[in-house]
Design a protein around this ligand. Structure first.
Ligand code: NAD
Length: 255
């Protein structure tokens, strides 16, 4: 039975990933702030270390899969918290669990990014350079100083996508696949909070994908399950948009 760790397992996309992978026969080690096999706060270095230690304990040091779903949206209490969870809460889980994955059977890891990663200008923000350099203190300060949560969100997703892609190259030599799924709008508590927000509600509600609706968490989870399965054995370092056509609508000539 494959053993897969899933962060953000208690809600939304992460919960749907757990359900689909369980149905496919995986044993799941969920990681979240509550209602999970591993209770940990991925916003701090100590919390991430505790999460890694508990996953290693519960898995016996051998993992077949890792899916990083935990994340905060534009209504997060601060831009710094958003970066801490969305970037470092992913990169440090990947780093902490790579040796366990290397011992697994047909190991595969996956990061939930976002179409927001392609937001114009996000790649040019100084906080991205700080994120990719692993400078948590500087990136968090830059994000709070900017005071624009939607830019911090786009930067966190752009940087975490770059980080997954650059890790995927050396990981391939260890036999570990690592991909990114970039959802568009998906009906979860995170998305609902953005729609209810006075600053962002109107634009989020009006930005509708060509398919004419937001996605359901299960529609993301099915693609994640495919990428984590041996059916996707030659797919690594890829960014798969699961967005109802949003990316094609905005950037038809970039891919
Ligand atoms: N819903 C969307 O429209 C959408 C679109 C693109 C990308 N995403 C991404 O999908 C992922 C899942 O989001 P969702 O929409 O399912 O949201 P959600 O709020 O339903 O679930 C997020 C989960 O992450 C957990 N989490 C947050 N902070 C944490 C912390 N400090 N430590 C541990 N766990 C923490 C939460 O407790 C929650 O269970 C996120 O990375 C999000 O950025 C969502």
């Amino acid at each position: 039975m494959p053993v897969t760790a899933v962060s953000g397992s208690a809600s939304g996309i992460g919960a749907a990933v757990c359900a689909v992978l369980r149905a496919a026969g995986h044993r799941i080690i969920g990681i979240d702030r509550a209602n999970a096999e591993v209770i940990a706060d991925l916003s701090s270095a100590e919390g991430r270390q505790a999460a890694v230690a508990q996953v290693l304990e519960q898995s016996g040091g051998v993992l077949d899969g890792l899916v990083c779903c935990a994340g905060l949206g534009v209504t997060a209490p601060s831009s710094s918290l958003l970066l801490a969870v969305n970037y470092f809460g992913v990169s440090q889980l990947l780093d902490g669990l790579v040796d366990a994955l290397a011992k697994g059977e047909n190991p595969a890891a996956l990061v939930i990014g976002s179409v927001a990663a392609t937001q114009p200008g996000a790649d040019q923000q100084p906080m991205v350079e700080a994120l990719l350099a692993g400078d948590e203190a500087r990136s968090l300060t830059l994000a709070n100083d900017l005071g624009q949560p939607h830019v911090a969100y786009a930067c966190s997703k752009y940087a975490v996508t770059c980080e997954a892609r650059r890790k995927s190259v050396p990981w391939a030599a260890q036999g570990i696949r690592l991909n990114v799924v970039a959802p568009g709008a998906v009906e979860t508590p995170l998305h609902q909070a953005a729609k209810d927000d006075a600053r962002y509600g109107k634009s989020v509600s009006e930005f509708v994908a060509p398919l004419g609706r937001a996605g359901h968490p299960e529609e993301i989870a099915q693609v994640v399950a495919f990428l984590q399965s041996s059916q996707a054995s030659f797919v690594t370092g890829s960014v798969i948009f699961v967005d109802g056509g949003m990316d094609a609508m905005v950037r038809a000539q970039r891919f």
